[in-house]
Write a protein that binds this ligand. Structure first.
Ligand code: ATP
Length: 233
């Protein structure tokens, strides 16, 4: 569904992504793993065209989306949830969801507020509270819920478990599996292998913007030296 081919991305003169090559099949959850500063966020931004790859290409559902404006990438069905939570703090939970609403997309789930409240029971209880009254974990959930209101076919989640309480991390894993069950394809970035193990089918490990491993979780288990070299467990 998504193909990243020989992608090189830079910030000015700094060469941050070095010839990345991986693909994400429809209906799969792929975890992009690597330590702080490995280039996970830059990979996601390069897919969304928020950072322009200097060379290489990104293909989505057979279309070359490289150099498309980011809004067009989003319109094509890619939903991006950045690491920093992006909610409207002065709006209520319901109003935040309303802001994210987009037209139904053929072949994709059309999310309603009620479906999202089933997925995120904490948000249901807080539906009339303003964004600023939510905990960090709830704000993270609301950012994901609002992105789902756009009815994406493919969702990119940048470090969804970062900085949230352990009990919410468990809920987050359950949410990702439910999103997958609804037919969405997921690319998530993560520093911690433990969380990825709970949700991912495939794994891509990067270090200093260079790909070090690509394969299934089962294949990674067979190579503990890779895990130890590039990940925090
Ligand atoms: P984190 O876990 O901290 O989010 P990451 O794996 O997502 O890390 P990136 O944020 O993609 O890593 O950063 C990759 C490299 O690019 C790092 O060395 C970082 O310092 C550098 N970098 C990130 N953003 C910029 C920027 N706007 N300008 C210059 N360098 C940047």
């Amino acid at each position: 569904m998504l193909e990243v081919s020989s992608v090189n991305s830079f910030y000015g003169k700094a060469h941050v992504l070095n010839d990345l090559n991986f693909s994400v099949a429809r209906g799969q959850v792929v975890a992009l793993l690597g330590r702080n500063g490995a280039g996970k966020t830059t990979t996601m931004k390069s897919i969304m065209q928020l950072v322009r790859p200097r060379s290489g290409s990104i293909t989505y559902q057979g279309q070359d989306i490289t150099r498309w404006p980011a809004f067009r990438v989003a319109r094509a069905g890619l939903g991006y949830v950045p690491e920093e939570r992006r909610i409207f703090t002065q709006l209520t939970v319901l109003e935040n969801l309303e802001v994210g609403r987009q037209a139904p997309r053929e072949g994709c789930v059309t999310w309603s507020e009620d479906m999202l409240f089933d997925l995120f029971p904490n948000l249901a209880e807080r539906r009339h509270n303003r964004g600023k009254a939510l905990s960090g974990g709830e704000q993270q959930m609301l950012t994901i819920a609002r992105t789902l209101m756009g009815n994406p076919a493919f969702i990119l989640l940048d470090e969804p478990s970062e900085g949230i309480a352990p009990v919410i991390v468990e809920q987050m894993a359950r949410v990702i599996l439910q999103i997958k069950n609804e037919g969405l394809t997921v690319l998530l970035s993560e520093q911690n292998l433990h969380f990825a193990q709970a949700v991912a089918d495939g794994v891509v490990i990067i270090e200093h913007g260079t790909q070090k491993f690509t394969g299934t979780l089962a294949a990674l288990q067979q190579q503990p030296e890779i895990r130890d070299a590039y990940l925090s467990v």
